[in-house]
Design a protein around this ligand. Structure first.
Ligand SMILES: *[C@@H]1O[C@H](CO)[C@@H](O)[C@H](O)[C@H]1NC(C)=O
Ligand SMILES: *[C@@H]1O[C@H](CO)[C@@H](O)[C@H](O)[C@H]1NC(C)=O
Ligand SMILES: *[C@@H]1O[C@H](CO)[C@@H](O)[C@H](O)[C@H]1NC(C)=O
Length: 585
């Protein structure tokens, strides 16, 4: 029978030779393009999870990811608040390049009905993967804008940025979404409205009193008009809380609003259902799914099963619930046989909020040994976050990498894995992580990382590889209050500029490799290479600045105010009420 087998073996040999001759690129190391599942927590501190050293919050599922994959210990976000950090994540570029920053104290988008958002000429990794035949989905929080000119042009919508499936909150969870929470925005609007009401009411009463006592004469018109104005202001003051809830806290599926306002208690199970059905629908792949959790942002909505179960109050309960959600998603992957072919990534959009510990009498995240937190431009606690990659088929299990890496690196990494091309017509700040994850190189490609607060450069980091040192230079730092505190307890979040920010001359220098908590400032007297380090970093900053050509700033005041005509509304304006989730089952 030999003569029958012969052609087949020849065919096999020829085929293998052809396979070997095929030029190999980093994107076909695996022989096939992986599915990509990105998990992002909101406001989670690096010190909140087990595999980063927490021994009292239970996060077995995230720990399981880390055991089966690669853990990054020096993983840095491009900003310390949501909107700019997420813009950088999706585009691989510092947010100042896309204009996703402000110059005026607005840190993130404030309204679903604001006109700012991720510009349409920015390219997300989802867009590139979609063009390379990936099924792309975003489930959860977006917070990168919605409309430009009318309430349904959806110019900034996820579906206009490369996702072909969206389910979740176009805006962001926040304290306003739960009427029982103390909310900055509501309190400040209420204060303004009440002041206006009092002034107008006082004017009306003065006019009436004048008429009654016969001191003034003439038309009743001013009395009537001021009374109407006072009534409108009173109503606005009374209802402003409800208005904010309807304006910002709603769910969408693709372009359709499904629940306005959303029922917070139900959202967790709705999100899990959507994830599961996306995975089942697309199991023949390849797919890119970005699950952007509403956990662990205030109002920390937690379902019954987890309430009161952790050792760390409502915050801990919420972290443990999110970990359980991660577990549910991993189980679905297992059941669908997708585990080996899926690259999973877990991270947080920035560090935990220290201020919310104080204000809402509720826990924000814990940033471990790192100084500072959410909202601070340069301090490590606001920008150093967990970073875990797992891909059983390719990546070693249990590897730990201490090299400086950035969330922006996810962009070129997944683009190349998906067989796409990194855009050549613009600066991309992220670097392909695959060689580092595989252990093919020892060092990350980042020599410098810059740390912005709005459009202001607060700090820079230099990895001096030949010395094995990571330097951090702070040009500006926020003033903590009250004195001696370790955060800005006087406000919701630290400012980026103005009188409560100190400009340092000379800048503050730390050696992160020996002093990760940034507690010992180095001076020319204690650090012989002080001036060389300053000079080298300054040079890098100047080089970087020459590559900046920011377009219009998307988060400045005019782009960030509520415009009634941009308000997405389900049902008649201004009621904006509907519930289409009930027809689900
Ligand atoms: C674990 O996390 C909780 C909640 O954020 C925090 O209060 C606690 O200090 C952390 N423990 C450790 C050992 O980091
Ligand atoms: C969203 O729209 C895309 C097509 O644009 C469709 O494939 C997908 O099923 C839609 N998703 C939902 C939840 O309707
Ligand atoms: C996008 O357009 C703006 C002008 O509206 C421009 O400043 C910016 O450079 C453009 N970005 C890219 C990546 O082309």
């Amino acid at each position: 029978m030999l003569h029958l087998d012969l052609p087949w073996s020849w065919l096999a040999v020829t085929f293998s030779v052809l396979l070997c001759l095929k030029p190999s690129t980093s994107s076909d190391v695996s022989g096939s393009r992986p599915n990509i599942l990105l998990l992002m927590a909101d406001d989670l501190g690096i010190g909140d999870i087990g595999c980063y050293g927490n021994n009292t919050v239970r996060t077995p599922n995230i720990d399981r990811l880390s055991e089966g994959g690669v853990k990054l210990t020096h993983h840095i976000t491009a900003a310390s608040v949501c909107t700019p950090s997420r813009a950088a994540f999706l585009t691989g570029r510092y947010p100042i390049r896309s204009g996703m920053v402000s110059s005026s104290g607005y840190r993130v988008l404030q309204w679903a009905g604001a006109s700012g958002g991720l510009p349409t000429n920015e390219t997300t990794f989802a867009k590139i993967l979609k063009d390379n035949d990936y099924a792309t989905g975003l489930i959860g929080k977006w917070h990168l804008g919605l409309n430009c000119e009318s309430s349904n042009d959806h110019c900034h919508h996820p579906l206009n940025h490369g996702f072909d499936h969206f389910y979740g909150m176009p805006f962001s969870p926040m304290a306003d979404c739960a009427y029982w929470e103390l909310s900055e925005k509501r309190v400040s609007l209420e204060r303004k409205l009440s002041l206006c009401f009092q002034m107008v009411a006082f004017a009306a009463l003065t006019l009436v009193a004048g008429r009654l006592t016969g001191l003034t004469w003439g038309s009743w018109m001013p009395v009537i008009l001021s009374t109407i104005a006072a009534t409108v202001l009173l109503m606005a003051w009374y209802f402003v809380g409800a208005l904010i809830v309807h304006a910002n806290c709603f769910l969408m599926k693709n372009y359709t609003i499904t629940e306005q306002p959303m029922r917070l208690q139900r959202t967790t199970s709705l999100i899990l259902e959507e994830v599961s059905s996306f995975l089942k629908r697309n199991k023949h792949g390849p797919f890119l799914l970005f699950v952007s959790f509403l956990h662990v942002h205030v109002p920390l909505t937690t379902t019954e099963n987890f309430l009161g179960k952790s050792h760390h109050g409502l915050y801990g309960d919420n972290v443990e619930e999110m970990d359980w959600m991660v577990g549910q998603i991993l189980d679905t992957l297992d059941k669908e046989g997708l585990t080996d072919s899926t690259l999973i990534y877990f991270t947080s959009d920035h560090g935990g909020s220290l201020e919310s510990q104080f204000r809402n009498n509720q826990y924000g995240g814990w940033n471990g040994i790192y100084k500072g937190g959410k909202g601070m431009g340069g301090w490590e606690g606001g920008i150093r976050v967990p970073g875990i990659f797992r891909w059983p088929r390719m990546l070693p299990a249990g590897r730990v990498i201490d090299e400086p890496t950035s969330l922006m690196d996810v962009f070129p990494t997944v683009v190349q894995l998906g067989g796409g091309q990194v855009p050549q017509d613009r600066v991309i700040d992220g670097r392909d992580l695959l060689p580092l994850l595989l252990g093919n190189v020892q060092h990350s490609d980042h020599e410098f990382l810059l740390h912005y607060c709005e459009r202001f450069l607060h700090a820079a980091r230099w990895h001096q590889r030949d010395r094995g040192t990571v330097w951090k230079v702070h040009y500006m730092t926020p003033v903590f209050q009250p004195e001696g505190a370790s955060a800005c307890y006087g406000t919701a979040v630290c400012p980026c500029s103005g009188e409560n920010v100190v400009q340092h001359d000379p800048p503050l220098l730390f050696d992160l490799s020996r002093d990760p908590s940034e507690s010992h400032v180095l001076t020319p007297a204690t650090e012989p290479s002080f001036y060389q380090v300053m000079e080298r970093v300054q040079q890098a900053v100047e080089q970087h600045q020459q590559t900046l050509h920011p377009g219009p700033l998307q988060l400045d005041m005019l782009e960030n105010i509520w415009r009634p005509w941009l308000q997405p509304c389900c049902g008649p304006f201004p009621l904006c009420w509907c519930d289409r989730e009930d027809s689900r089952q």
